[in-house]
Ligand binder design. Structure first.
Ligand SMILES: Cc1cc2nc3c(=O)[nH]c(=O)nc-3n(C[C@H](O)[C@H](O)[C@H](O)COP(=O)(O)OP(=O)(O)OC[C@H]3O[C@@H](n4cnc5c(N)ncnc54)[C@H](O)[C@@H]3O)c2cc1C
Length: 426
């Protein structure tokens, strides 16, 4: 899309648009919609975190890379999430050890710290301006949750990571000015950033290394073979390798769609709060997730807005936000948006191959910032001959979800109703 059109598009955004999407600090020229036929080593489909990371890694390794994104690049998904960079998975390291052996759990957990370090290193190496801010608190809403936090500190300690710290009820106000929280876990390596500005920085580096980016180019069909043929409405790519990056909707690939339940999760951004209120509610500027049955997460933007989300579709976010922070009653909401989050049944990501030369990774269960970036790296490693680490993930068994989309919707509604019953916040 030409730069003038991108500028107009930004100006036209209304408040139902992600705050991140309307605050990019750079514009990127792409090649627009693909027309005609083109050959490459690697065709990356999807410009989510997985896709941008794969495009970057493959380009750095000297492969010829084509990235195809269905939407306009600025409207692709990297600007619509909570932006928290958190180690680990939805299951705690000790439960993972029971399921995947202690050595397997250790490797999987260490890989998430490597994913985090990878992002930090790219930001530093390419001087990507994306407001990276370290420090994250997992806040306990109920006294019973405190032991799960101390167990988590112990479990990570047993893996050799002794940097997590317990925050007592007395010390919580130094991090969060909410009477609802009774304790917490501080992760000095946890962080948050402007996800779209990070993604654009990574993509620009990939582009400089030769990656060709086509947006507004949905892929309709993939034909397997020694050379994979990727068809779009007005063109085709012949690739030695194909990477399906994240939640890719291409008809006729049930192996992928049967493993995930997508659910549209909401977020909001307030008007700038001003330094006094912003500094009062989050004095250290840390990101926060909490132990509520319907998890809340929030952080401050660089211009002092509260960015707030909860893991439940169609929920009243403003009511939840003011239940935690009564001072914010009456604060105007500047942006609201939602976007699908993909869940697997075992709450672990789903990696694998559709054929020797077609890789996929998706189903990050709300932790795709680190896992997607890591997946891109591991796929590039696997293609260039070192598949061991990719195969640690690919070896995780996933059950298929029976039935079609309507069954998944019912399952999700049932699960959310259960969580709502347990949710005592409101
Ligand atoms: C509200 C919200 C808050 C979140 N907060 C956090 C958080 O704080 N921390 C965290 O780690 N994670 C968070 N997540 C999850 C995280 O955002 C996702 O896991 C991550 O974005 C997934 O990245 P991905 O690489 O799988 O890409 P996806 O998000 O799955 O994107 C896939 C891309 O492929 C494109 N595409 C799809 N089909 C085609 C096709 N046929 N042809 C071409 N392109 C196609 C899509 O347009 C899209 O751009 C959040 C998610 C949501 C919705």
């Amino acid at each position: 899309m030409p730069l003038e059109a991108q500028t107009e598009q930004i100006a036209d955004q209304n408040y139902r648009t992600s705050w991140y999407t309307v605050t990019p600090n750079r514009l990127m020229a792409t090649l627009g919609a693909l027309g005609g036929e083109i050959n490459c080593d690697v065709c990356v489909i999807g410009a989510g975190f997985t896709g941008i990371s794969a495009a970057y890694e493959f380009s750095q390794k000297g492969y010829s890379v084509i990235l195809l994104e269905a939407k306009n690049l600025l409207d692709s998904v990297t600007g619509k999430n909570g932006s928290h960079l958190l180690r680990g998975y939805q299951i705690s390291p000790d439960n993972m050890a029971k399921k995947y052996t202690p050595a397997g759990a250790r490797m999987l957990c260490n890989l998430t710290l490597e994913g985090l370090a990878l992002i930090v290193e790219r930001i530093a190496r390419h001087d990507i301006k994306c407001d990276l801010k370290f420090g994250h608190v997992t806040a306990a809403l109920y006294r019973e949750d405190v032991s799960s936090l101390t167990d988590r500190i112990k479990a990570w300690g047993q893996l050799g990571h002794t940097d997590l710290q317990y925050i007592s009820a007395k010390d919580i106000p130094a991090y969060i000015d909410s009477k609802k929280y009774v304790g917490g876990l501080y992760d000095p390596k946890g962080a948050h950033f402007h996800p779209l500005n990070y993604a654009l920085g990574v993509l620009q580096t990939a582009q400089a290394a030769g990656c060709k980016i086509y947006d507004e180019t949905p892929v309709h069909e993939i034909t397997q073979g020694a050379t994979v043929r990727v068809r779009t409405q007005t063109g085709a790519v012949n690739a030695k390798f194909v990477v399906l990056s994240g939640h890719i909707r291409i008809p006729g690939i049930p192996k992928l769609s049967k493993k995930i339940i997508p659910a549209a999760m909401p977020m909001l951004a307030t008007q700038p709060l001003g330094t006094k209120i912003a500094g009062k509610i989050l004095p250290k500027g840390t990101g926060v997730t909490d132990t509520c049955s319907i998890m809340n997460y929030f952080n401050l933007s660089h211009d002092g807005r509260l960015l707030f989300g909860s893991v439940c579709p169609n929920i009243d976010l403003q009511k939840r936000m003011t239940a935690l922070f009564p001072d914010l009653k009456g604060i105007a909401i500047a942006h609201r948006w939602d976007n699908p989050m993909d869940f697997t049944l075992n709450r672990m990501p789903h990696f694998g191959r559709l054929a020797d030369n077609i890789f996929y990774a998706h189903g990050y269960c709300g932790q795709g910032v680190i896992l997607g970036n890591l997946a891109g790296k591991l796929m590039a490693e696997a293609v260039s001959g070192t598949a061991e680490r990719f195969d640690v993930f690919a070896g995780i068994r996933h059950l298929s979800i029976p039935g079609g989309d309507s069954f998944k919707k019912r399952m999700l509604a049932f699960g959310m109703a259960w969580h709502r019953l347990q949710d005592s916040l409101l």
